[in-house]
Design a protein around this ligand. Structure first.
Ligand code: S3P
Length: 170
């Protein structure tokens, strides 16, 4: 089976789900943000603070395009498929899965999350209520290009693993 790319909005559980999926398939697990941090020696927050989102996107795209991996589940960042030709890269290299979640659930989960997210962390609650749905709306165009779209509240990693093994194994 090809690599599997998990895409979806911030807070939709790509890393948690990805680890479970990788375990079920006996694949490697790669967290793209972690890979960027390792390769640059900086946290995502530091890259945004010290440089800019533009620079972050260039690094992100470069790391994505140079992954050079096999038998891996890759948890992308929420913005990964939405910049440059990244979605084409993802689609050429593997099977893309959009972890779809209702916007209300995303908001609740982001509220509870401890991960620092540079695009959201300085926004007030009122602002987040406006920005998150807008951003999701814009990004949905890219997310919906995924090969598989799952309702991630109701599908378990094991179920997806079984589906993938049945339909995408060669
Ligand atoms: C981003 C999502 C983050 C991280 C960066 C930008 C985004 O990853 O890549 O802060 O643009 O949606 P998560 O989706 O894992 O939070």
């Amino acid at each position: 089976m090809n690599n599997i790319y998990l895409i979806g909005f911030m807070g939709s559980g790509k890393s948690t789900f990805g680890k479970k999926l990788a375990a079920a398939l006996q694949f490697h697990f790669i967290d793209l943000d972690k890979k960027i941090e390792k390769q640059t020696g900086k946290t995502i927050l530091e890259i945004f603070d010290e440089s800019s989102e533009d620079i972050f996107r260039k690094i992100e795209s470069k790391v994505l395009n140079n992954l050079n991996t096999k038998n891996s589940v890759i948890a992308c960042g929420g913005g990964t498929p939405c910049f440059f030709q990244n979605m084409d890269t993802i689609k050429k290299d593997g099977i893309s899965v959009y972890l779809k979640m209702p916007v209300k659930t995303i908001k609740d989960r982001l509220n509870r999350s401890h991960k620092k997210r540079p695009l959201l962390q300085n926004l007030s609650k009122d602002r987040l209520d406006i920005e998150i749905p807008q951003m999701l709306d814009y990004r949905s165009y890219y997310y919906h290009q995924a090969d598989i779209i799952i309702d991630s509240l109701h599908i378990q990693a094991k179920q997806l693993a079984a589906y993938l093994s049945e339909n995408y194994s060669r």
